[in-house]
Design a binder for this molecule. Structure first.
Ligand SMILES: [Zn+2]
Length: 288
């Protein structure tokens, strides 16, 4: 459809208070730019409906994640920290990350990209193939330079020195250039670094501590819909959190499990002790 205001020239004339006519960008220009940025952002079709507005938090940690996401989008691009959204499958991490990305593009005109970590590594690996013209840097440049990057499912790729180096390069470069990144991950962050499904085991201690420095972390927990039913009411969620032995609250209290030292450190952080903690990587992030 041809723009009725500018006839697709993307410029329109306006008369200022001083009576002088000036030529400015037509509204459709902005819409066209946003359209293009949205197409280039590589958000997979299956996340078409994922928006901030369609994210429905059930649990406290999901509400906390939403609050941080909202704050991030409102402040963007004046943000100095990204987010690490981690937790089990199906708690809304990718939904929220995609919502943030779309909002930053739509409301702020950000140049942003969505990459599944495994797909990004595959694209980089493919450039080592002689028949491919693209170089490693051709693939990585937009990832390193994007105003906003979503790196989805960090840790899904089986770890190796190469995987750790490549992801370390992405994390470090974005950190050094102060470009925010939203990470999602199914990894856990237990105190024991030999746990294979942990950040430290999969990414290495250096990258993990970089992530602590450059991001706010939220461990997202969802209700178990096998126990509450598909669309749980606030009441049934509340009851589930209190009564089910599988709820995060009761798991933490843990029948016979040793107390989790990290949860306690987090609780202290939450109580407002924002002093530096002796994390391995130096100054601690505001880990939640
Ligand atoms: Zn126009």
């Amino acid at each position: 459809m041809v723009c009725p205001i500018c006839n697709d020239t993307r410029w329109k004339s306006v008369v200022g208070e001083d009576g002088v006519e000036r030529v400015v960008r037509c509204d459709c220009w902005r819409a066209a730019v946003v359209d293009r940025l949205m197409r280039e952002a590589r958000v997979p079709h299956r996340y078409l409906r994922c928006e901030m507005a369609t994210f429905e938090p059930d649990t406290d940690s999901q509400r906390e994640a939403y609050r941080l996401a909202r704050g991030f989008v409102d402040a963007f691009p004046v943000v100095d920290r990204g987010l690490v959204l981690y937790g089990r499958h199906g708690v809304g991490k990718t939904h929220l990350a995609v919502g943030i990305l779309k909002a930053a593009i739509r409301d702020k005109g950000a140049r942003g990209y969505f990459f599944e970590t495994r797909e990004l590594l595959r694209l980089v690996r493919d450039t080592y193939n002689r028949s491919v013209e693209e170089t490693e840097m051709d693939v990585l440049a937009p990832v390193l330079k994007a105003d906003l990057l979503v790196l989805d499912d960090l840790g899904a790729e089986r770890t190796s020195d190469w995987v750790q180096e490549t992801l370390g390069l992405v994390v470090n470069t974005r950190y050094n250039e102060r470009r925010p990144t939203i990470f999602t991950s199914n990894l856990a962050d237990p105190p024991d670094s030999t746990e294979p499904n942990s950040f430290i085991f999969q990414l290495g201690a250096r990258t993990r501590s970089r992530l602590l420095e450059m991001c706010d972390w939220v461990e997202m927990q969802g209700v178990d819909i096998r126990e509450t039913g598909q669309h749980p009411s606030p009441d049934s969620i509340h009851r589930w959190q209190k009564e089910s032995p599988a709820s995060p609250e009761n798991l933490r209290r843990g029948a016979g499990l040793p107390p989790k030292s990290k949860s306690m450190a987090r609780a202290r952080l939450r109580e407002g002790a924002t002093a530096d903690l002796p994390w391995a990587g130096g100054r601690a992030g505001t880990k939640r």
